[in-house]
Each structure stands twice: as structure tokens, then as C-alpha cells.
Design a protein around this ligand. Structure first.
Ligand code: ATP
Length: 423
């Protein structure tokens, strides 16, 4: 296992070693846990490091950050802390035991041993640890058979109340099953069915369901995850009448392609929040008011709501992009939208002309900038200032339509526009 830890990138290895050095001096035990251990066993790249401290995690993080001049955040209520490195962060938690007063409740937490901490986790494959302590550095700690389940490709809960304690684990089970092409182990699957039949989702805080749904939509090609969830009747929490069928496969495939096209061709633009597109593909099946009330109830961010609902409101008018039109008209239509909305239109309408216009907007129109600035106009004696906004808008549109490049052309055009505006 020591070698397994070496599979981590050198930066991760270096920080784990320095945590280990501090732990020896502090007389406490620390362990790498959760997804990083699972991914290391699977020889997959890992992005997050979670550490369990048998002792006071916050005190440990505090000391480490003081000595190493690092930034950190602490959450006393949860006994957790996060250290921020340049390109990643590491989460620490005080080893704890959890009890649930009722199904879906937030757990009551008490300090505990590593073994108890691992028992509160979702699945055996996520309940392994690797020691970061000098005497057995790199040793795999596997109380619940996670290694064997990984080898056999099985998602298994640790105890039979697991899904009822925390029904978001239903979504997590499907997420890991689909991501790794594993199977949900048969008893676990029965417990999962039972929890769904007992309406377990209705006991959970909607925000937690939202976060798990977003995690699913952030997976690569989420359609198969949704089909699986639909067949398990685990998507009712979105809308009782939601169905995922073959017609959706087509739209999701087009979205996959549209996203790929955008990321490949337009690297200079910001990265897409892909889940927005996939969520819209689900919600678009319902009337706007149902979609709006879902987004509200589940506490989606204002920006998410706006992007999704603007797609609703403009899906029909986006069809007008089939017509031959001036470049600045294409710009005027598409520019107010987020890139997520623009790519959604691209994927939704397989029409060649619409796609040509969107491509032209993304590659060309959206990056057109004027060389002329406000102070140039002032120097040229243009007044009053109140006309500048209108003038710049018209100048930008003219630049798009006529395709001129030089500042001299801009000046010439600006004079002509100014004459008309002040006539
Ligand atoms: P990913 O690769 O998607 O980040 P992960 O396993 O690291 O997967 P996180 O959501 O970051 O997932 O959770 C970290 C760890 O915390 C998990 O591996 C699991 O041990 C534990 N965990 C997370 N959510 C739950 C939950 N709802 N119930 C129990 N344990 C959980």
C-alpha cells in the first residue's frame, strides 16, 4: 500500500507526508479516507483529499497552518476544517459517530474512533482508510470489506438502515454504480427499493437532494444515470410525472455533442456549467411554472434559475435564427444569453442555419471589440456625453456587419453615426 500512496501526484504526496510529520509530534492519528482511497485502489485519478483525525481536527489544522503559513476555514459545529493549497484543498474531520433521530434528519455527532467514523459512511467502497501514521504509513485499513467489493464491482451499504437514515445515498448509489460500471449488491438493492417505496425522499432537506442531483448531472454523459434512476422510481422527487424515455436520449446525446463542440472550439470562452444544460433538458418537459417552482423549492442559485428560465422563454424565438440576417441581429439576439443557453439552443435545434449562426456568434461576434474608447471620442470633440452609449452600440454593430478592422475605419464610421444621431 505504501506504493499505492506513491501513485498520488507528487504534490499530494508531499502534503500527506507533512501532515504525517506533524501528527507524530502531536500524538494523534490521522488517516486518508473516502473517495481518494477508493480511487487509489482503482488506479483512478483523485481530486479531493479527505482526512480523518482521531483527535481534534481543528486544532491539528490550526497548528499545521500556523507553521506552514496556509489559509484554512474551520466549522466548529461539525468539527471539520479545510486547508487551502494553491491548486487544491484538503478536508479534515474529527473521527465521529453519527445517530439519526429520524429518517432524513441531520445526524447527531459525537467524537469516536476511526472504525466508527468509517461505519457512518455510505458504502463499503467509500469506507476504507489509509494510515498516514509513521508506524504503518500507507497501510490500508478495511474493516468492512471495501477492497473485496471494489474487486467485485459492488456497491454495498454498511447497515440496513442506511438509506432510511440518509436517502440521498440512493442517488449516490446510482452515481457510483454508473460511474464505475458496478452493480448495486442484491441486499442493498432491496433496501434501496424499500426506502423509495416508503417515500424516503420526502424526509430529506431539498437542498441536499439538489446537491446530489447536481453531482449526477456533473458526471460525464449523465443520461444513463437518469435512466437508471427513473427505472428505480428515484426521480419522483423532481416531479411525479417525470419520465425519461428514448426521445430524451436524442436530446442528451445532442447536448453531449454540443458541449464537446463548445469546449473544443472555444477554449478562450469560460467553461460551461454543463449541469445547467442537462437540468434544462429534464425540466423542459414540464410547463414553465412547474420548472420555476421546482427551482425555487430546491433552492437553486438565482443565476441558475435565470439561465434555465431564459432558455424556456426564448426557445421558440431562437428558431428565427434560421433566417438569413445581418450579423449584428444575430449578436443582438444571442448576446444577452449565457453560454449555457446558447449551447442549449445549438443542441436543441439540429437545423444547419441555426447552428451556423451560433457558431459565427461564438467564434466571431462575441469577441468583437472596438478599438475606439470614450476618451478618443472626447478628444475628437464629440459631445454630448449622453450620446456615447448609443454611438458605441451602433459602431459595434456596424463593425460586425461591415467587418472593418482599423481604428481609422472606426473613426470614419463614428463620425457618420454621430452626424445622424445629432441631426
Ligand atoms: P467523488 O469522487 O464524487 O468526489 P467522494 O466519495 O469523494 O466521490 P464526496 O461526496 O466528496 O464523495 O464524499 C467524501 C466521502 O464522504 C465519501 O467517500 C463517503 O465516505 C462520505 N460521504 C459523503 N456523503 C455521504 C453520505 N451521504 N452518507 C455517508 N457518507 C458520505
Amino acid at each position: 500500500m505504501t506504493n499505492t500512496l506513491k501513485k498520488l501526484n507528487p504534490e499530494f504526496n508531499h502534503v500527506l507526508q507533512s501532515f504525517s510529520d506533524l501528527a507524530v509530534g502531536s500524538g494523534i492519528k490521522i488517516y486518508l479516507v473516502g473517495g481518494a482511497v477508493r480511487d487509489l485502489c482503482l488506479c483512478r485519478k483523485t481530486f479531493d483529499l479527505d482526512i480523518v483525525v482521531e483527535g481534534d481536527a481543528i486544532k491539528f489544522v490550526h497548528t499545521f497552518c500556523e507553521r506552514n503559513k496556509k489559509k484554512f476555514k474551520k466549522h466548529h459545529v461539525f468539527g471539520t476544517a479545510t486547508i487551502y493549497f494553491d491548486d487544491f484543498h484538503v478536508d479534515f474531520v474529527t473521527a465521529r459517530r453519527e445517530t439519526y433521530a429520524f429518517s432524513g434528519a441531520l445526524p447527531k455527532v459525537k467524537p469516536a474512533s476511526l472504525k466508527e467514523d468509517l461505519f457512518r459512511r455510505d458504502f463499503t467502497i467509500n469506507a476504507m482508510a489509509i494510515s498516514l501514521n509513521k508506524e504503518d504509513y500507507g497501510l490500508l485499513v478495511d474493516f468492512y470489506g471495501g477492497r473485496k467489493d471494489l474487486e467485485n464491482g459492488l456497491i454495498r451499504v454498511l447497515h440496513e438502515k442506511s438509506f432510511m437514515d440518509d436517502p440521498t445515498r440512493i442517488l449516490r448509489a446510482v452515481r457510483f454504480e454508473q460511474r464505475f460500471s458496478f452493480k448495486i449488491e442484491s441486499v442493498t438493492l432491496e433496501l434501496l427499493h424499500k426506502a423509495i417505496m416508503q417515500e424516503a425522499f420526502s424526509f430529506v432537506n431539498a437542498h441536499r437532494l439538489r446537491d446530489e442531483l447536481i453531482s449526477i448531472l456533473k458526471e460525464s454523459k449523465p443520461y444513463k444515470y437518469l435512466v437508471r434512476l427513473f427505472r428505480l422510481k428515484a426521480l419522483f422527487f423532481i416531479n411525479r410525472s417525470l419520465k425519461i424515455n428514448k426521445k430524451d436520449a436524442l436530446l442528451f446525446a445532442r447536448l453531449d455533442k454540443g458541449i464537446y463542440f463548445y469546449e473544443k472550439e472555444f477554449e478562450a470562452h469560460r467553461k460551461l456549467e454543463e449541469y445547467i444544460l442537462y437540468l434544462t433538458a429534464i425540466l423542459i418537459k414540464f410547463p414553465r411554472k412547474d420548472a420555476a417552482s421546482f427551482l425555487e423549492r430546491f433552492g437553486f442559485k438565482k443565476g441558475d434559475k435565470m439561465r434555465i428560465l431564459s432558455i424556456y422563454d426564448n426557445l421558440i424565438s431562437a428558431k428565427t435564427l434560421t433566417k438569413k440576417t445581418l450579423p449584428h441581429k444575430i449578436f443582438q439576439f444571442l448576446n444577452p444569453f449565457s453560454f449555457e443557453s446558447v449551447v442549449f439552443f445549438y443542441a436543441y435545434y439540429p437545423d444547419k442555419e441555426i447552428r451556423r449562426h451560433i457558431n459565427f456568434f461564438l467564434s466571431n461576434l462575441s469577441v468583437v471589440r472596438l478599438k475606439l474608447k470614450g476618451h478618443d471620442l472626447k478628444q475628437m470633440g464629440f459631445a454630448p456625453l449622453t450620446l456615447y452609449g448609443k454611438l458605441f452600440e451602433k459602431l459595434l454593430h456596424a463593425k460586425m456587419d461591415k467587418g472593418f478592422e482599423s481604428i481609422d475605419d472606426e473613426i470614419k464610421e463614428a463620425r457618420a453615426i454621430f452626424r445622424k444621431l445629432s441631426a
